[in-house]
Structure formats: structure tokens, C-alpha cells
Design a protein around this ligand. Structure first.
Ligand SMILES: Cc1cc2nc3c(=O)[nH]c(=O)nc-3n(C[C@H](O)[C@H](O)[C@H](O)COP(=O)(O)O)c2cc1C
Ligand SMILES: C=C(O[C@@H]1CC(C(=O)O)=C[C@@H](OP(=O)(O)O)[C@H]1O)C(=O)O
Length: 387
């Protein structure tokens, strides 16, 4: 795989002391503050259908490196988010000596418990679920807020919204950035009131039945330059990087670009976007079924990706499974779980798209400081308009 220019990683367990993250490759002079990062952390915590854990956590970032007086230095950015719930697990999850109570020997169908136990030779499946948990996505979002600020400074806006929860879908339309931004006020992050009401009662019904719901969401990026990604080598096609990034989010099972799956059902004349030219904007497209990518390269039209999330696997009325020690079948007693996390997953999806775009910008334009990169993009855009 290619060496990313925007390299980032996270560490930390769900009920351990907290989560840490580092990004190497952030240009200097990008505005970054804990207030700005906390905004995205709060957005990820919202959403109707979350369980008891979200009432415990109030995610707040601490910036440990790479930022001074509100601007990045060009050195690695290091972040920390503490787990409030650790206070309730301090003995069981102590990094040094402690008492491993709350041992898990009952793997949940659909979670990482069983395969992780076999793979890492753990007999306490807590050692698996602690890291497989989507708690880790908190740090993806914190680091993603740094990418957001970088992209915003270049005039690129990335926003997502919910398309469906269970079998309730919002009517399809080409949502604008403003319409998507308004979904911040919706408890399920949708832009359509009737769908919102139906989704809220579907979530209530699923909760009563001890069941869970998945759904789909859309992420759009506005203001991208033409030319990110490439067709010249397999790993440089940008939709490949986006699909990998989005499928890496726990519980995501499918990704489509533009009108994606629907393209397979209709002839080419109903799929491809006619090219248009005028002297003000240069080349553009009359429609955007391609979702802003042709030949693995951004076209300058809005980037559109959709993601399908499976229903969560921790069921209050669980499916059958076997205890890994006694080998006896059981129906697990579950303490708490989310009913749906699709509205939260949108914010994680935005973060993953922004990490890919930040890397693609640095790959195409290089540069060490924000002003240098901005100037290069402006020159590139001017070239594009007169091509
Ligand atoms: C924001 C978010 C919250 C989640 N909350 C839960 C949860 O409460 N219970 C659960 O069983 N799974 C939850 N998941 C999904 C599991 O983490 C995921 O299914 C598990 O790690 C196994 O990975 P896989 O589904 O990709 O195979 C959540 C996922 C996300 C993105
Ligand atoms: C903690 C978060 O999500 C968690 C993801 C998750 C899972 O199995 O993935 C299970 C739940 O955690 P717990 O077992 O502590 O109730 C969710 O709350 C979070 O999003 O910050």
C-alpha cells in the first residue's frame, strides 16, 4: 500500500482510561482548538436510540501535541479523550495490577467476541470487545475534526445525513449542503419531518422488542478540486480509499458511490453524466450520478458516498450462542446496548471521508503550510477553469 501523507492511528479500550490518537502530516497554520474538536465529539454523541453509555460520557478532548495558540505547528498532532465510564471499571480495566471481574465467556452473534477470542487466544472475551467496540470511533472523530478544519480552510465542506433507519427511507433527492446542515436539529439526522416521526417510533418499537435497527447514510463533500486520486495504479483510485475507510467503521457492510447499485439496473444513457462547458466555469457535468468521481479521480462535482450499517449485534432478546468454557448453549443476559447508532455513524463516516480527502490533497498538492497548499490549489483551480 502507498505511504499515506496524512497518517493517523488510535489506541485505547472502551472501558479503559481513555483513547489516544496521533496524526502525522498535518500542515502548519491550520486552526485547531479543543472547542472546535469538541463540537464534532458532541455531534457524534447525539442521536435517538443510543443506550445508557452515552448518558455517562461527555467527550472532551485534550490536545497533547502539535498545536500552539490555536494553530498547528506542522509537527504530529496528539489528542486524548478520557472515558468517564472508566471510574466504574477502574479495578477491572486497570492497566497495571487489578482484578479482572466481569469476565465475558458468552460470545454475541455478530460481534467480534468469538473470532477475536480465537485469533488472540483470549479466554476472557472482554479483551476482544474492549477494542472492537465502536467507542474507538470517538478518537477517529476527534482526529477527523483536525482534517475538517484543514479542508474548511481550503473551501471544502463535508457533511452527512441519515437516509434510512430500518425500512423507513427519506425520499431521495439531491440534498444541498444547507439542507444537510439543517439535519443537525433532527434527533435522527434526517432532512424530512414525516420520515423522522416514523423513524422515532420504529426505534421505540425495536427497543420494546429488545431488538436493534441498522440503516443507511450519505456523506457529501462540496468544493473539492478536480484531480484527487488517480486511475494509474489500483490503490490510487479514490473510491477504493473511501470504501476501505468507510467499511473500517464497526458495523458498516456496504458502500456505494453516486447512484451506485442502482446503476446496474439501467442502460448507460440513464447513468452517465453529460459534459458541459462554458467560459466562466470551464468543464462541468449536467448531472452527478457518478458521485463526483470518474476514473478514480474527483471531477469537481460534489462527492457522494452512501453507507449501509447493519443492526447492532448486542440484542436484549439475544440469538442463540454457546459459552466458550462450559460449551453450554445460553441466551445471554445483556446489561445495556444501543438500539440504533446510525445518526452517530454519520459523524464517524464524515471523519473517515475527511481523513481520505486530507491525504488525497497532500498527495496531489504537497506543501508544508496551509498558505502554501492554498496557493497551489488556487493556481490549480485557475488552470482547470481555462483548460
Ligand atoms: C457509533 C456506533 C455505536 C455502536 N454501538 C453498538 C452497541 O451499542 N452494541 C453493539 O452490539 N454494537 C454496536 N456497534 C457495532 C459494533 O461495534 C460492531 O458490530 C462490532 O464491532 C463488530 O464489527 P462488525 O459489525 O463490523 O463485524 C456500534 C457501532 C457504531 C459505529
Ligand atoms: C461507547 C460508545 O459506543 C459503544 C459501542 C459499543 C459497541 O459494542 O460497539 C457498545 C456500547 O458500549 P457499552 O458496552 O459500554 O454500553 C456503546 O455505547 C461510544 O460510541 O462512545
Amino acid at each position: 500500500m502507498k505511504l499515506a501523507r496524512w497518517q493517523w492511528m488510535t489506541a485505547g479500550e472502551s472501558h479503559g482510561p481513555g483513547l489516544v490518537g496521533i496524526i502525522d502530516g498535518v500542515p502548519s497554520l491550520v486552526p485547531v482548538t479543543s472547542t472546535l474538536i469538541n463540537e464534532d465529539l458532541a455531534r457524534r454523541q447525539k442521536g435517538y436510540g443510543r443506550g445508557g453509555r452515552m448518558a455517562i460520557e461527555k467527550d472532551q478532548v485534550e490536545i497533547f501535541g502539535g498545536v500552539r495558540h490555536g494553530k498547528t505547528l506542522g509537527s504530529p498532532v496528539a489528542l486524548l479523550v478520557k472515558n468517564r465510564d472508566f471510574a466504574n471499571w477502574s479495578e477491572s480495566m486497570a492497566p497495571d495490577a487489578g482484578t479482572p471481574d466481569r469476565i465475558v465467556t458468552r460470545p454475541r452473534p455478530g460481534h467480534a467476541d468469538l473470532v477475536g477470542g480465537i485469533k488472540y487466544q483470549h479466554r476472557d472475551l472482554r479483551n476482544v470487545l474492549e477494542r472492537a467496540s465502536a467507542r474507538e470511533t470517538t478518537m477517529r472523530v476527534a482526529l477527523g475534526a483536525v482534517a475538517r478544519s484543514f479542508l474548511n480552510e481550503l473551501g471544502i465542506g463535508v457533511r452527512g445525513h441519515v437516509i434510512s433507519i430500518g425500512d423507513i427511507h427519506v425520499p431521495h433527492q439531491d440534498y444541498t449542503l444547507e439542507e444537510i446542515q439543517e439535519t443537525e436539529n433532527s434527533p435522527v439526522r434526517v432532512a424530512h419531518k414525516a420520515s423522522e416521526t416514523a423513524m422515532l417510533s420504529a426505534i421505540d418499537r425495536a427497543k420494546e422488542a429488545g431488538d436493534t435497527l441498522g440503516g443507511t447514510f450519505e456523506i457529501k463533500a462540496f468544493g473539492l478540486p478536480v484531480g484527487l486520486g488517480s486511475y494509474v495504479q489500483w490503490h490510487r483510485r479514490i473510491e477504493g480509499a473511501l470504501a476501505q475507510a468507510l467499511l473500517s467503521i464497526p458495523a458498516m457492510k456496504a458502500v456505494e458511490v453516486g447512484s451506485g447499485f442502482a446503476q446496474a439496473d439501467v442502460p448507460g444513457s440513464a447513468v452517465h453524466d453529460a459534459i458541459w462547458w462554458d467560459k466562466d466555469q470551464g468543464f462541468t457535468r449536467l448531472s452527478n450520478r457518478a458521485g463526483g468521481i470518474e476514473g478514480g479521480i474527483t471531477t469537481g462535482m460534489p462527492l457522494v458516498v452512501r453507507v449501509a450499517m447493519k443492526p447492532l449485534s448486542t440484542l436484549l432478546s439475544p440469538l442463540g450462542s454457546f459459552d466458550i468454557d462450559s460449551k453450554e448453549p445460553f441466551l445471554a443476559q445483556v446489561e445495556r446496548s444501543d438500539v440504533t447508532a446510525v445518526p452517530a455513524a454519520v459523524v464517524v463516516g464524515e471523519a473517515m471521508v475527511m481523513h481520505v480527502l486530507a491525504d488525497a490533497i497532500l498527495d496531489k498538492f504537497g506543501g508544508d503550510s496551509l498558505p502554501e497548499i492554498r496557493e497551489r490549489i488556487e493556481r490549480w483551480d485557475a488552470y482547470g477553469r481555462q483548460y
